[in-house]
Design a binder for this molecule. Sequence first.
Ligand SMILES: [Mg+2]
Length: 273
Amino acid sequence: MAIRPTRWYDAYVFDLDGTVYLGEALLPGAKATIEAIRARGLPVRFLSNNPTRTPQMYADKLTRLGLPTPVEDVTNTITTTLWWLKTYHPTATLFPIAEAPLVDALRQAGFTLSDDPSQIDIVIASYDRQFAYRDLQIAFDALWFHRRAILIQTNPDRYCPFPGGRGQPDAAAITAAIEACTQVRCEVSLGKPSPLMLQAVMAGLDVAPADALMTGDRLWTDLRMALDAGMPGAVVFTGDSQPGDVTAQYDGVFQVDSLDQILPEPASPCHPV
Ligand SMILES: [Mg+2]
């Protein structure tokens, strides 16, 4: 039985994979719910840990699936990775183990990229479906042999959910491979549950975390981030989590079977006397 909110919030933040859509299809209730929120003039923002697409590609996908969305409403780990590197390591030489959208974004931001281990300052472990032994060797040489680089990751997800209960190994697997051979620990993770993701997605909204609702399918990323920030959260059982997964550490989280249940139930219609 769903435990659903009884009020409207001033802003709504949604995870994407497993929450708004799965593969190439919107999940049940997603379109009507997001349209109902927008119809009240309330801001809707989308947040993804997946760095294999740019925010523009996500905006285009949502628009194609029937939810017209401007790029400004989408934040992902390309956004936070660029921000963190520009803020803390603006002149670093990078070795991204990543797909083209992140690599291109780093290049366009002016970063020097290199596969020469003697020059690399930061190894970026990401969700890279072309990951090869050569990448592991370069990371190993930069971190273990030259002992000059640090290791960061775009996101901590073990896998990305796919339709039919399937999935794809994600950035945690690549991080673990590098950690296993070098014994160097990843220093920073730039995806949910990092508060950086919440800061990035709430930027420009004059809404306190307590007055916004975070909805996602993954407890230890989507809901952990919300709870740590004092933000109400709803877990939707259309992706990574099942009702039995909601342990005491997620007390207070709303639990819904489909997205329409994050809206308060309509008031009973008045009956004529
Ligand atoms: Mg998800």
